[in-house]
Design a protein around this ligand. Structure first.
Ligand code: GLV
Ligand code: MN
Ligand code: MN
Length: 421
């Protein structure tokens, strides 16, 4: 073993107050009156979050760089700088009415862990890098999730990602070019490079850890997800004069489709199926007009690939069966298989949690994360901490400073283990 002491030395240097204050500072970038955060991918606040991180890194002399998809890297050198680095991080973007922890916690925990490892005087063999992955939150602004991590690992061609447009027609390419201009001083990092592993801290976003009174989730995998866009085409018509038989009402057809889908997409009492119509856009959305167009999304998740196939393949026939006088187009916008995280990452996380005496549970993730695509580049894994009432993707999202720090302690030890001494 090189210098830096025994197990626990890095964890001991995690500073709970500093980590909390960094969350407070970040929450100002896009902070909402109701205590949440609206920081959409590559908007001015998302760019400001990258700038703030780069400012925090400067006193350490750690190199900050950005790649072609806007992923930001902060690198703490190792004793062998030709060795593949161990990466840790998450995302700075949020849902439109998002919270103060989803995403940013994983970034700040990674940075805190690097600061703690530095303060403990530990020299790791491999470099350790804090990463911000661009646009994790699919559909919050751009309709493509885990975009930055997906491009990094080669799942998504850069050109495909750049062509994606937000709801106002602004492309990722244009937003990236603006981010590049704003952060012109940061060196360009080549897109995609070999890594030794990836660990992501995150609030659980569900109720399990809190209910069981546990501090750490050792995440073993992520359930699969299929997402669809459904476009229902009818015809605009006068609300006062158009007889029922002549209407091609896209809204009533869409409502019939959603009702029929909801009747099928559940598995009570197991309650494992996750089915959500989260976006529903009526056009022209005027009181005196029979709606001629509806566009809605379906987010369907399950841990079992066979169920994803069997149920998910029902979406199109059910929508077609309830189209009434309208036409309907169903487009699958993404499909992610269930993921099992590979050692050495989950075992390093478990060893760290156990070694620090923290009560933990091995568990699967219901939410999607950058750690999913990262598995294509190297072994990845995650550390969950509880969040209040399991609430997330909401302004009410909350977590305690103590739990956030506990997750960062586990991360610091896991990173030391994975980066080697
Ligand atoms: C990511 O935030 C997801 O929707 O799971
Ligand atoms: Mn997240
Ligand atoms: Mn999220």
């Amino acid at each position: 073993m090189a210098d830096g002491g025994e197990f626990g030395g890095a964890a001991a240097k995690v500073d709970e107050a500093r980590l909390w204050q960094r969350h407070v500072d970040m929450a100002k970038l896009g902070g909402t009156p109701r205590g949440g955060v609206r920081r959409l991918a590559l908007d001015t606040n998302d760019i400001a979050a990258r700038r703030l991180l780069a400012d925090w890194a400067r006193p350490y002399g750690w190199q900050v760089s950005m790649d072609a998809i806007g992923n930001l890297f902060i690198r703490r050198p190792g004793t062998d700088n030709d060795a593949e680095p161990v990466l840790s991080g998450s995302h700075t973007d949020t849902q439109p009415s998002g919270g103060r922890f989803d995403g940013i916690y994983g970034v700040l925990a990674a940075f805190e862990a690097m600061e703690a490892i530095e303060a403990a005087g530990i020299r790791t063999r491999r470099p350790i890098e804090t990463v911000v992955w661009t646009c994790e939150e699919g559909g919050a602004r751009f309709p493509m999730g885990t975009m930055g991590s997906g491009v990094f690992v080669g799942r998504t061609p850069l050109a495909d990602a750049r062509a994606v447009a937000d709801y106002d027609g602004v492309t990722v390419g244009a937003a990236l070019d603006a981010a590049r201009t704003a952060l012109a001083d940061l060196p360009e990092r080549p897109l995609g490079f070999p890594i030794a592993g990836f660990v992501e801290c995150h609030i659980e976003q569900g109720p399990i850890l809190e209910e069981k009174g546990l501090t750490i989730g050792v995440v073993t995998g992520i359930q699969g997800a299929r997402r669809f866009r459904v476009d229902v085409e009818g015809a605009d018509a006068h609300a006062g004069t158009t007889p029922r038989a002549r209407r091609r009402d896209a809204l009533s057809a869409a409502v019939a489709m959603v009702s029929a889908l909801e009747a099928l997409f559940h598995d009570d009492p197991g309650d494992t199926v996750r089915f959500t119509v989260g976006r529903f856009v009526v056009t022209p959305n005027a009181p005196a007009v029979v709606p001629g167009h509806v566009s809605f999304t379906i987010d369907f998740r399950h841990p079992d690939e066979a169920v994803l196939t069997k149920l998910g393949d029902q979406v199109e026939p059910i929508c077609k069966a309830h189209a009434r006088a309208c036409t309907v187009t169903v487009t699958q916008t993404s499909r992610g298989k269930p993921i099992t995280f590979l050692d050495p990452v989950p075992s390093a996380v478990e060893k760290a949690a156990a070694g620090l005496g923290l009560p933990y549970l091995r568990m699967n993730s219901g939410a999607g994360h950058d750690a999913g695509p990262l598995q294509l580049a190297g072994p990845s894994g995650m550390i969950f901490v509880p969040c209040e009432h399991g609430i997330s993707h909401a302004e009410a999202e909350n977590a305690t400073p103590a739990d956030l720090a506990a997750g960062a302690r586990v991360l610091a030890e896991a990173l030391v283990e994975l980066a080697g001494r």
